[in-house]
Design a protein. Structure first.
Length: 236
């Protein structure tokens, strides 16, 4: 594990973008595992800047996202497909046909999960997976549990996650209570994992996740077993 501590969110975003950009330059048809939420927005801004400058080319890149709210389609402004289009895909020269987000409106979520795992396998796996971390240690929407779930699956969101995500909605009551999330198998099989976290509020959970015991009660702790993990933390 490589742990990088920086002072500002801007530094974090640049370092994360540089690592992802290097992967794209190294392998022009790489598969990016992407995350949503407030943490990666600066990283996506920097990647957009690099693309506009001509430093990186997204034309052959493929992407798979971690998760989606159940009940929201891609036209909903709170959906993660909409988030990705707004913050990255609409801003760079990526082929949207090569960008994949699990469907939150699939009639059979279990089948959707199986098909999503098969899709990732068909792409050759994930070259670099970008992650954030929740205050309860969740990655994607893999919430604290009694066991680690391997496959892409349906999850009931923890009350703390719903509360944390309420800032993106008009009220906490509007936050969906269920999501479909990539499980630990695809995340752990990614060739590289890059986790970013900013602010003092994340310091305690980072210590638990990466310097404590490996337990499904702190889902991110399983990343201690990953052979190529980089964690970037900014104090502000």
């Amino acid at each position: 594990m490589k742990f990088i501590k920086v002072k500002t969110y801007e530094e974090l975003s640049k370092k994360a973008a540089d690592i992802i950009a290097a992967e794209i330059i190294h392998k022009e048809d790489c598969v990016l595992g992407l995350a949503t939420g407030s943490s990666p927005i600066g990283t996506y801004d920097k990647l957009t800047e690099y693309n506009k400058e001509g430093t990186i080319d997204f034309s052959k890149v493929k992407s798979v996202n971690l998760d989606e709210y159940v009940g929201l389609d891609g036209t909903n402004e709170q959906s993660y497909r909409y988030f990705m289009n707004k913050n990255l895909f609409d801003r760079v020269n990526i082929d949207k046909a090569n960008t994949f987000v699990p469907s939150g409106t699939a009639k059979d979520i279990e089948k959707e999960g199986e098909e999503y795992d098969n899709l990732i396998k068909s792409l050759g796996g994930i070259d670099i997976q970008l992650l954030g971390i929740g205050l309860d240690g969740h990655i994607g929407f893999n919430e604290p549990d009694e066991f680690f779930t391997a496959a892409t699956h349906l999850v009931s969101l923890d009350p703390s996650t719903i509360k944390a995500n309420a800032r993106f909605f008009e009220s906490e009551a509007d936050v969906p209570t269920k999501a479909i999330t990539m499980g630990m198998m695809s995340i752990m099989q990614a060739r590289k994992v890059l986790l970013i976290a900013n602010g003092e509020a994340k310091k305690e959970i980072l210590e638990k996740a990466f310097f404590g015991e490996i337990t499904p009660k702190v889902p991110a702790s399983i990343l201690q077993l990953h052979p190529d993990l980089t964690v970037i933390f900014s104090e502000n």
